[in-house]
Design a protein around this ligand. Structure first.
Ligand code: HEC
Length: 207
């Protein structure tokens, strides 16, 4: 190989790495990092007095933030995703409850800014279990959430979900399990999983 070819090869290699890096990392990073919350127009206000998308108040939920760390540490993301894909990429929107509140016509695919109130996004990469993006609308009581974590087979004998018994202690008063603070925080987090906040018209049509 003469030295001219060597430089050509080096240039081609450089381009092969630089192009994907630019288009997959640098450009998305720049375009996503300057985002300001979009306010609802008059008459568009949604329940709970939420003023903008994404809802900045969600950032103040300290308890569920600890729960998010437990979720990460316990490896829930090995079996559960938190992204409702666009229908061209998969049939998520056809699965009952995955997209959110269907009866209120609020079910939708996940948007990039749905994660902007989270310290880190737990997308997951396998779906042994359901997508949990909108779990907070499907399981709404602490008791049921605890039962699902401590003894999933009591709800469905064929469940492939492991029991997270180490997050519970035996009750000293006979039968039953007591949740540890970790289990309580995890349940706070799971109940808060709702990614169907209505999108302001301005966000949908673009600015
Ligand atoms: C080895 C894979 C696996 C891991 C790890 C796992 N799950 Fe699951 N999970 C499943 C499967 C399979 C189901 C479906 C069967 C069922 O409902 O029990 C499920 C169902 C669920 C459900 C019910 C979802 C619904 O829509 O009704 C919840 C809640 C849940 N998992 C939470 C968790 C949490 C929290 C963790 C981490 C502490 C976790 N899972 C870890 C496999 C797993």
């Amino acid at each position: 190989m003469n030295s001219n070819n060597f430089w050509k090869l080096l240039g081609a290699l450089g381009a092969a790495f630089a192009l994907p890096w630019l288009t997959l990392i640098v450009i998305p990073f720049i375009s996503f990092s300057n985002f300001e919350p979009v306010a609802y127009a008059e008459g568009e206000e949604v329940d709970g007095g939420v003023l903008s998308y994404p809802d900045r108040a969600l950032q103040r939920h300290g308890a569920s933030d600890y729960g998010r760390k437990i979720y990460a540490a316990e490896g829930c993301s090995y079996c559960h995703t938190q992204v409702v894909r666009p229908t061209y990429a998969g049939p998520d929107m056809w699965r009952p409850g995955w997209g959110g509140r269907e009866e209120e016509k609020l079910a939708r695919e996940t948007q990039p800014y749905d994660y902007s109130t989270e310290a880190f996004a737990l997308l997951g990469y396998q779906r042994i279990g359901q997508d949990l993006s909108n779990l907070g609308h499907r399981i709404t009581t602490r008791a049921l959430m605890h039962q699902h974590l401590s003894d999933p087979k009591s709800l469905d004998p064929d469940s492939g979900m492991p029991a997270y018994r180490h997050l519970y202690t035996e009750s000293p008063y006979g039968k039953g399990l007591l949740p540890t603070p970790k289990a309580e925080a995890l349940v706070d987090y799971l109940l808060s999983l709702k990614k169907d906040q209505p999108l302001p018209a301005e966000y949908v049509t673009g600015r």
